[in-house]
Design a protein around this ligand. Structure first.
Ligand code: C5P
Length: 236
C-alpha cells in the first residue's frame, strides 16, 4: 500500500523494459505506486515485474484482470507471491466462487511472503462497453445497474474494492461504504487533452467524490517532464 500518502498510481502501459525502468526512476518521489498490466507482463514476464518492483521501491499494482475458473485464478494469484504486488485485479463477472477463491489465494500469498495480503479489486463493466455491447452479452439492464450489481457481488464476495469510472465514484461510495476501495482511471488534469478517454474527471473532483486511488497514465508518462507533471497534479 502506498506509504507516502500519495493517491496517484502511475499506469505504465508499454512493453519496453528500458522505458519502464526510466519512468520508475524519474517518478519514485512524485507518485504513490506504479501500475503494470497485460502489455508489460506479457512482453517481459513476472521476473521483470519483480525487477521493476525492487528497483522502484514503490508498491506495484498488478493489473492482469484475471477471469477463469476459481482454481485457475487462485493458482495465478498464488503465483504472484514473488512479485509482491500490493493490489491486483479480477473480473467480477467471474462470479462469487471465483472472487472468493481470489481472496483466499491472496491470504495464502500473505502467508508465503509474511507481508500484508495483496488487495483484490474487481473490474465491473469495462469502460469500452456501451449499452449495445452489454445487450449483446444478454444484459438488458442499464450500465449503472449492472455496475452496481457487480460491485455488490464483489463486496459480498470479500473483495477489497472495485475499479470504476469517474461517473460511478459517488454512487459506489454511497452504496459500498467508506472502507471499500475505489480505484479510478480516466483522470485528466484540468484543461488537458482528454484523448481517447471519454468519461474523464479532474484529480480534485475524483478525490472529492470519494476515490481512494487515481490511475493516471499518459498525462504523466507522455509529458516532456514526467516528474514535473506528476508533481503538478499533486499540487492541483
Ligand atoms: O493514459 P491513461 O491515463 O488514459 O491511462 C489510464 C490507465 O487506466 C490505463 O492503464 C488503462 O488501461 C486503465 N484503465 C482505464 N479504464 C478502465 C480501466 C483501466 O483507462 N476502465
Amino acid at each position: 500500500m502506498p506509504s507516502n500518502n500519495n493517491p496517484i498510481i502511475c499506469a505504465i502501459d508499454t512493453t519496453d523494459m528500458y522505458q519502464t525502468a526510466q519512468l520508475v526512476g524519474q517518478l519514485a518521489d512524485s507518485v504513490g505506486a506504479f501500475k503494470l498490466g497485460l502489455e508489460f507482463f506479457t512482453a517481459n514476464g513476472a521476473e521483470s515485474v519483480q525487477h521493476i518492483a525492487i528497483g522502484s521501491q514503490l508498491p506495484i499494482f498488478l493489473d492482469l484482470k484475471f477471469h477463469d475458473i476459481p482454481n485457475t485464478v487462485a493458482g495465478a494469484i498464488r503465483a504472484t507471491a514473488g512479485i509482491d504486488a500490493f493490489m491486483m485485479t479480477v473480473h467480477t463477472a467471474g462470479g462469487k466462487a471465483m472472487l472468493r477463491a481470489a481472496v483466499d489465494a491472496s491470504m495464502e500469498v500473505a502467508a508465503m511472503t509474511g507481508k500484508e495480503r495483496p488487495l483484490i479489486v474487481g473490474v465491473t463493466v469495462l469502460t469500452s462497453f456501451d449499452r449495445d455491447d452489454l445487450a449483446a452479452t444478454g444484459i438488458t439492464d442499464t450500465m449503472q445497474d449492472q455496475v452496481m450489481r457487480l460491485a455488490d457481488l464483489a463486496q459480498q464476495s470479500g473483495l477489497d474494492g472495485v475499479v470504476c469510472s469517474p461517473h460511478e465514484i459517488a454512487l459506489l461510495r454511497r452504496q459500498c461504504g467508506a472502507e471499500f476501495k475505489l480505484i479510478v482511471p480516466g483522470i485528466r488534469p484540468a484543461g488537458s487533452d482528454t484523448g481517447d478517454q471519454k468519461r474523464v474527471t479532474t484529480p480534485q473532483e475524483a478525490l472529492a467524490n470519494g476515490a481512494d486511488y487515481l490511475v493516471i497514465g499518459r498525462p504523466i508518462t507522455a509529458a516532456p517532464d514526467a516528474r514535473e507533471a506528476a508533481l503538478n497534479i499533486l499540487r492541483e
